[in-house]
Write a protein that binds this ligand. Structure first.
Ligand SMILES: [Zn+2]
Length: 286
């Protein structure tokens, strides 16, 4: 945060006062999904973790093997995850005509599951896989079938080794996991033999231009911006906060812990995301 920047801290009532009578676009991050059991690697109490980069994925076959092995276990965890009251609060705000739309940095689709309709999945979605060579997109569920065929006993072996799905997701670099993934057989594209990648934007990769343009338009479409559950560490999300500030729109940030957008916030609510969003619905729709 720049030295001397003033952060306007406030309560949920202060936030409601800013948003009342305005249409709102929301920008959400990992903090919205932590109460659904999806770990937020950037929250203040999380262990430091090196995120995978696009370059690693594309350039290193052993890394890809390890990645797909972990993903084969981990994606089912995400697939079984349920939206929480925070996701439902945002869906309700849309239903009541307060929220114009939602831009999310999450790939878990929990906003869609909760009933949000106008959602831009800025960083992609976990349930799709794309071929880096021919560009064809297949479903993650279809790939799961192929991976099961290519690695018939893998899941049993990994899970019988005392590891749980949660261990594998939470401790991606654990030696035990790497040891068990060295023989994993990742599937090539069934159409052209190319390398498959989850349709997720990784570090070192850019968000497709068309998607960025739609997100800017969604910010422009509303009278205020509500940011929830993200520290805005990456420019990918921060740019929309800067855009809202530049165009004179009030900004409410709900996040436990500092964010890079704090100096631009009209009100910063330093509290849990789920309870704050739930309280906001009561205040804005009664
Ligand atoms: Zn292909």
């Amino acid at each position: 945060m720049p030295e001397g920047a003033v952060v306007h801290r406030g309560t949920v009532e202060d936030a409601a006062q800013v948003l009342r009578g305005r249409t709102v676009t929301a920008l959400t991050g990992a903090g919205v999904s932590t109460d659904s059991g999806i770990p937020d690697y950037r929250s203040p109490d999380s262990p430091p973790r090196n995120p995978m980069t696009y370059q690693q994925f594309v350039g290193d076959e052993a890394f890809r093997r390890h990645y797909w092995a972990r993903n084969h276990v981990g994606w089912q965890h995400v697939d079984r995850t349920q939206p929480n009251a925070g996701h439902r609060a945002l869906a309700t705000l849309e239903e009541r005509g307060v929220l114009r739309g939602l831009i999310t940095q999450n790939v878990d689709l929990l906003h869609e599951d909760a009933g949000s309709r106008r959602v831009i999945d800025l960083h992609g979605r976990y349930d799709r896989v794309i071929c880096l060579q021919c560009g064809r997109v297949i479903s993650r569920a279809h790939l799961a079938q192929r991976l099961d065929e290519l690695n018939p006993h893998f899941l049993e072996e990994v899970l019988s080794g005392g590891l749980t799905v949660a261990d594998i997701e939470v401790a991606p670099d654990a030696d035990a996991v790497i040891e068990q993934t060295s023989h994993f057989n990742p599937a090539p594209c069934e159409f052209c033999g190319g390398v498959l990648k989850p349709e997720i934007v990784y570090f070192g990769e850019s968000v497709p231009r068309e998607r960025v343009e739609r997100a800017y338009a969604m910010v422009d479409d509303a009278g205020a911006l509500l940011v929830a559950g993200t520290s805005l560490t990456v420019m990918s999300g921060l740019r929309f906060v800067r855009h809202a500030a530049k165009t004179g729109k009030p900004i409410v940030i709900v996040n436990r812990g500092e964010t890079r957008g704090d100096p631009l916030a009209t009100v910063k609510v330093e509290a849990g995301v789920t309870e704050t969003l739930t309280a906001l619905v009561d205040l804005l729709t009664r």
